[in-house]
Design a protein around this ligand. Structure first.
Ligand SMILES: C[S@@+](CC[C@H](N)C(=O)[O-])C[C@H]1O[C@@H](n2cnc3c(N)ncnc32)[C@H](O)[C@@H]1O
Ligand code: SF4
Length: 397
């Protein structure tokens, strides 16, 4: 199976500068796993290689498994609209981009639906003007409308979410959502040809659940014609009552913090997945030539696919490096480490600079506690997507 690094080697063929920047981010992450972790009296900004920005709590879809807007989502209903009032003025993000520019991190912009953030195009123009990569994770609804501008502004990459071929996808993500993405890809490819551009790289991200795992091949086959750079199969973020209880206790005792984000992933969409069947489906996909790499996150020992879904308390990755090289900005300007669990706030960009926040006492406390925890992880890290992407492989998995 392709490793995550195959994204870099693939893009090297078409766009060397982009892949060098992307490679820099992957390599910094890899180094963080190998070298001793620093705490006090260290400028952590030096190692910042990946910035996630959740630009808005708003979204036009209600995907069932989504921890924000899905069945158990913490931002569904009127909460999202209320929360959107906390979005900082654009100047706050402009300064943030300027402050991180010296170390050239890669930007990953998401939401909610990032196209519902009013300054998306301005923000990307600013990131790119400072020589950094700007990638966007989107549900694809607005791609057709903005294709011309996206190509003109030379966005580096689009991670577009699709969870199945039309019927399967629409049962999860809402009626019409599959065709919206298809029209978006067609429009972008037309524009790329017309403007003679390699950018943006187009990719699909598929979240595996018990509602789609048997039908992944139909989607992969349908995507063959869209000139994708890669197709990522995200095995999914799941948790259960025991893990939530253990994490709640830990966060209260060590950080005096009440958490509610992890519970949103206690959806049950992992139950009933036949690991053997899923493995053989993924294996067949990896063995076929779709014209672009198929990447599974996390790559697993085939024998262990069953454990990933049925034994959520069994670790498959540990020693998460995120607090030493990544930062996440939430829609209200607050900064945190864990992309899907913004409960423990390090500080807010409306009040402090990123360097004060990232080198501050709250950040160092989190680093210290995580480093000293058994196997460098907390219970809540067990199926966290960031840990699945960048954590250390547990032997046998
Ligand atoms: C929360 S969405 C935000 C960006 C945009 N609205 C979209 O759908 O792409 C980010 C990604 O998380 C994925 N996702 C949603 N629920 C998930 C879950 N329970 N586990 C893992 N990934 C999930 C989505 O499919 C999407 O690819
Ligand atoms: S489109 Fe994205 S943010 Fe919106 S509900 Fe679906 S996964 Fe969640």
């Amino acid at each position: 199976m392709d490793s995550n690094f195959s994204l870099v080697t693939h893009s090297m063929k078409t766009r060397p500068i982009t892949s060098i920047k992307l490679g820099h981010s992957f390599l910094t992450k890899a180094m963080m796993e190998m070298f001793p972790k620093n705490f006090e009296n260290f400028d952590h900004m030096r190692n910042l290689c990946l910035v996630y920005m959740k630009l808005t709590p708003l979204c036009n879809l209600r995907c069932v498994m989504c921890g924000q807007r899905g069945d158990k989502g913490i931002l569904k209903g009127p909460v999202g609209v209320e929360e959107a009032k906390k979005i900082p003025p654009f100047e706050v993000y402009k300064k943030f981009v300027d402050d991180v520019a010296p170390t050239r991190p890669t930007f990953y912009l998401w939401g909610g639906e990032p196209f519902m953030y009013p300054h998306l195009f301005e923000l990307i123009r600013h990131i790119r003007s400072r020589g950094m990569l700007a990638t966007v994770n989107t549900n694809g609804t607005f791609l057709e409308k903005y294709a011309e501008q996206i190509v003109r502004d030379q966005w580096d990459g689009l991670f577009v979410s699709l969870d199945g071929f039309e019927e399967v996808n629409d049962a999860i993500r809402g009626k019409g959502s599959y065709q919206n993405v298809v029209r978006g890809f067609e429009a972008l490819n037309r524009e790329k040809e017309r403007q003679k551009s390699d950018l943006p790289f187009l990719s699909v991200v598929t979240t595996v659940t018990n509602k789609n795992y048997e039908y992944l091949a139909d989607l992969a086959t349908a995507m063959k014609d869209f000139k994708l750079a890669w197709h990522i199969f995200n095995l999914g973020t799941y948790t259960n009552d025991n893990i939530v209880a253990a994490q709640k206790k830990l966060m209260k005792e060590r950080f005096d913090t009440d958490i509610d984000c992890l519970e949103a992933y206690n959806t049950g969409y992992n139950t009933g997945i036949d690991g053997k069947k899923l493995h053989s489906i993924l294996d067949a996909l990896h063995g076929r030539d779709f014209g672009h790499p198929m990447v599974t996150v996390p790559t697993l020992n085939p024998e262990k696919t069953h454990e990933y879904y049925a034994e959520l308390e069994t670790p498959v990755r540990n020693h998460c490096p995120v607090p030493w090289c990544q930062c996440n900005v939430n829609y209200d300007g607050s900064v945190h480490f864990c992309a899907d669990y913004p409960d423990y706030v390090l500080g807010n960009l409306k009040e402090q600079s990123i360097s004060e926040i990232y080198n501050g006492e709250r950040a160092n406390k989190f680093r210290r506690e995580l480093h000293n925890a058994p196997d460098g992880m907390f219970p809540g890290c067990l199926r966290c997507y960031q840990n699945m992407l960048f954590g250390k492989k547990v032997k046998g998995f």
